[in-house]
Design a protein around this ligand. Sequence first.
Ligand SMILES: [Fe+2]
Length: 165
Amino acid sequence: MVTRLNPITEFREDHRKVRDALLALSQAALDRDIAQARDVLGLIDSMVGPHFRYEEETLYPAMKEFLGDYVDSLLAEHDTAIDTARTAARLLAQPSLSEEDGKAVASAARALLVHVSNCDGLNILAERFSPQKLDDLGERFARSRAEGVPLLRWANTIRKRAQAS
Ligand SMILES: [Fe+2]
């Protein structure tokens, strides 16, 4: 069994790291430094995979306690964020980055940055979960991190199956 973590502080810590990485991605894309942009996108992919998975498998269902059906729109926001990440990955798979494509990657990074900012607001609600619920969330968050499936791989495999079932 994995050691459980504090789901509120770790959730925010993820957002801080992803925020900084997205700002770095945006800058690298505008500089048309494709090697740096690819490195940073890879880092984002590996950090965000377990985070999104935890949100969809555990946090969002728990959030129904406070948000009811609004949770469905959080899932729709994830669909958009995943598409945006796919677009950035596709553009960065090219041998080099045109000025136009650099701007497109920077704009994708900004769109994801808004998502990070919105997502962090869920913490103000998470503080109202019972201590038992928080323990459960902490254990599941730790498990998702331990499994460590990157975002696009998760979206193309595990998440797809979860949607189909
Ligand atoms: Fe989040």
